[in-house]
Design a protein around this ligand. Structure first.
Ligand code: HEM
Length: 147
């Protein structure tokens, strides 16, 4: 059960990644090029938000099923899963949530694109750093691989 969830969570990272990258690139193009904010942009950003929240739910289930909150954090592996992964990923997901909400309130298209580019862009960087940290702290893990 735990392993199925872990593999799904591991694979789902690509869904989050791909959607985030497309959303950030489109938002940057929209922001820099003074483009209108279309219904398609809104749907893409909502889908990105939903994919991140699905990842959050799977992550929370793994965290508590795997008793990661109880592990000894004096070594790199324990520290990474108990504190670093969860905190960095939750910050990234909060940024996606706030960015999506703020983009709805922004008055013009360029402001909406700018909000998405900044909030989703920083979230993407945090997620990449968290996965890079995983490859450093957890032996046998690679950026694109599953353990
Ligand atoms: C966008 C957000 C996230 C991404 C991209 C992500 C990515 C990953 C990756 C790549 C793994 C490694 C799986 C493997 O070893 O094959 C993993 C494992 C894990 N993640 Fe996340 N994660 C995210 C959010 C979260 C959150 C928010 C939590 C906790 C609330 C969490 C908890 C865990 C746990 C407990 C494991 C399993 C550790 C193990 O059994 O080895 N993740 N995650």
């Amino acid at each position: 059960m735990y392993d199925i969830l872990k593999n799904t969570h591991s694979g789902w990272r690509y869904v989050v990644f791909i959607l985030l990258i497309i959303a950030v690139v489109k938002a940057l193009i929209g922001w820099m090029g003074n483009k209108t904010y279309t219904e398609g942009d809104k749907k893409l950003n909502l889908l990105t938000f939903v994919s991140a929240h699905i990842q959050l739910l799977m992550g929370l289930a793994l965290y508590f099923l795997g008793n990661w909150y109880k592990v000894d954090s004096s070594n790199a592996i324990g520290r990474y899963w108990k504190m670093e992964h969860i905190s960095m990923m939750i910050i990234a997901i909060i940024l996606i949530t706030v960015g999506n909400a703020k983009s709805k309130k922004a008055v013009d298209g360029v402001a909406k694109h700018r909000t998405i580019a900044l909030f989703f862009g920083i979230a993407l960087i945090i997620i990449i750093v968290a996965i890079l940290l995983m490859t450093k702290s957890i032996p046998g893990t690679t950026f694109f691989g599953m353990s």
